[in-house]
Design a protein around this ligand. Structure first.
Ligand SMILES: Nc1ncnc2c1ncn2[C@@H]1O[C@H](COP(=O)(O)OP(=O)(O)OP(=O)(O)O)[C@@H](O)[C@H]1O
Ligand SMILES: [Mg+2]
Length: 210
């Protein structure tokens, strides 16, 4: 590689815009906790669903699942340009594992919530049973955590179990995780529910709607 190439590569690397991600399945508390984290870190909070709506980045709306359909490449480009303008790394709350274009994800905190508690949250939102079941199943099977560790360097992804935390306590813990190398909590819902003899009932509900 010539000197010019090396110089331009260095320039590119130095100009990457930084950000933090708060991830997790719907209903886990990304908006509530992420916005508090941003306040504590004195930086901007970008909630993905709001951003998609305000920038009209959706391609369709699926009535049956009450969800917007998003083109991830368009979203990545649009969010990347917004993040480039920020002086401090913003906090982005997302349930989609993606990297904003031209940006560097410093750390991801995946929020986790006991599937039974999540089930109650999503039901109280009036979501269709199928959407409730899909998200509870995803939480039970660590889907988001696995997806984010595949998308990003695993050492940059931490988990935070918020089941028994108030929002301030959860936000404070998330701030600590974002600025450390810790991988956070170990989560194993299957074993936990099995020990409490609650797994079979949950699996029965999930099998009805999947
Ligand atoms: N630590 C907490 N303590 C008590 N209630 C909480 C906590 N975190 C979240 N909640 C409640 O859980 C629900 C879901 O929170 P929130 O809307 O922030 O989730 P979300 O992950 O942003 O969901 P979505 O992906 O659909 O936007 C809300 O009703 C909120 O009041
Ligand atoms: Mg939200």
């Amino acid at each position: 590689m010539g000197t010019e190439c090396l110089l331009s590569l260095n320039y590119y690397m130095e100009t990457l815009a930084d950000l933090y991600l708060i991830a997790g399945v719907p209903g886990v508390g990304k908006t509530m906790i992420g916005s508090l984290v941003a306040k504590m870190m004195r930086t901007r909070f970008i909630d993905l669903p709001d951003f998609v709506k305000s920038e009209r980045l959706y391609t369709a709306y699926d009535k049956s699942s009450k969800s917007y359909i998003v083109d991830v490449r368009t979203l990545s480009a649009a969010l990347g340009s917004v993040i480039e303008e920020e002086i401090r790394p913003p906090i982005v709350a997302t349930h989609i594992a993606f990297k904003p274009r031209g940006c560097r994800v410093l750390k991801v905190v995946v929020l986790r919530k006991n599937p039974l508690r999540l089930l109650a949250t999503l039901r109280s939102r009036g979501y269709p049973a199928q959407k409730v079941a899909a998200n509870v199943a995803a939480e039970l099977m660590d889907e988001q955590y696995v997806e984010f560790t595949h998308k990003f360097d695993g050492s940059r992804v931490a988990q935070l179990d918020v089941t028994h935390l108030g929002r301030y306590e959860a936000a404070k813990k998330a701030v600590k995780l974002l600025s450390s190398e810790s991988s956070g909590d170990t989560v194993d819902w299957v074993s936990l529910l099995e020990r409490g003899s609650k797994l079979n009932k949950l699996l029965l509900f999930l099998s009805k709607y999947s």
